[in-house]
Design a binder for this molecule. Sequence first.
Ligand code: SLL
Length: 258
Amino acid sequence: MPAAASKRVKGTQIRRHFIIGNTAHKLPAPGFPDPPPDGHSKGWTVYVRPLPNGPDMTTWLKKVQFKLHHTYTDASRTIEAPGPFEVSETGYGEFGVEIRLYFAQESGEKAIYREHYLVLAAYGSEEQKAKQERENKVVAERLETVEFNEPTQDFYKSLTSEDQYNWLKVKKGRGKGKKPDYVFEGEVDPTAQLPERADAGQGGLGAGGAWSVQYERQTVAQLMQCGSALDQMIEEEKRNMEDRKRRLEEVGGAVAAK
Ligand code: SLL
């Protein structure tokens, strides 16, 4: 590798948000073997996906290894770019899928590890459960983030290139002898940031837009609330402790006086 390729862009951090999750259906279901293998009651897909309006993942993600429960033959499944980075299977039980993400070679970054616990049964409020049963579809997703700290120059170049948004473009207005135009289509503008708000359909239980700044803010507010509740509890415990100490001293004094 030429020296310049491994040089790092100092003081720079580039983040990428993405989704790890699974969908699950009671069998029989479209896309899964019918009849299902003996004893298999669920069909599921575990995946690593970009945000709906985010930059192309394959700029940084080159390979994903999903390690399934040892009851599966060929438990280790490797998906190379361009993906889709997903594995579909049938089975009877939930387990933690070990996921290893391999980065673009020019990044010089080591693979990272994540785990996704498969969710096969309906969850949430009674209403949410009823909806999942009715649609025969369970979705369990979470937002993940990778941060590239002082990326190499080559990696920085691809992480900042406009080409990353090409996959969101559709061909339009193809004039005779002219190159086709590519335009963005859809409700949300392409961005590497979390959208301010996301539509209610996105994400598992995240009605109201799971992958959005709004959701991030709500989560932060909740955490702050928990933090101050904890502070209050600590204060109260301190007061109780002082109280106990005083009572002990009183008892001690009374005993010594005897
Ligand atoms: C459970 N701890 O008992 C879990 C184990 C096993 C998952 C889940 C079948 C694989 C196969 C399968 O679903 N394994 O027969 O190919 O709930």
